[in-house]
Design a protein around this ligand. Sequence first.
Ligand code: RTP
Ligand code: MG
Length: 141
Amino acid sequence: MALERTLSIIKPDAVKKNVIGEILSRFEKAGLKIVAAKMKQLTKEEAEGFYAVHKERGFFNDLVAFMISGPVMIQALEGEGAVLKNRDLMGATNPKEAAPGTIRADFADSIDANAVHGSDSLENAANEIKYFFNDSDVVSH
Ligand code: RTP
Ligand code: MG
């Protein structure tokens, strides 16, 4: 497996529940390192741009409204096979279908308020990290 970086967002529902630390701890315990991080209140334009791939979908407006409903925590994670590893830790998009012990099974309330975002491919990960971080904001350790 190769060393990869992926973008993770702790969504407004999980920030409101005060479980940022519990979620970050799961990444660290799985061997993923936090190599960039910030709290941010997304603007409507930032959320629309980030999820632009979904703009023709029926859920797009609800998704954008949810993502700007409160601050998020955005982090770049680094580790062996980081993209898939993060998706495995997250669980299925719909928490009702998420495997026990995954972040969404434990912290998400619904398919809309589903606690975390994670890049779905290495290529998207690189673009998503660039969307939120300058090269100099990402460290190695
Ligand atoms: P994310 O991008 O946030 O990590 O979520 P994902 O890959 O698991 O799911 P994706 O298909 O990329 O969808 C992005 C977000 O849109 C909402 N969604 N709602 N009502 C629906 O059928 C539906 N499908 C997707 C979810 O909140 C999902 O996280
Ligand atoms: Mg997605």
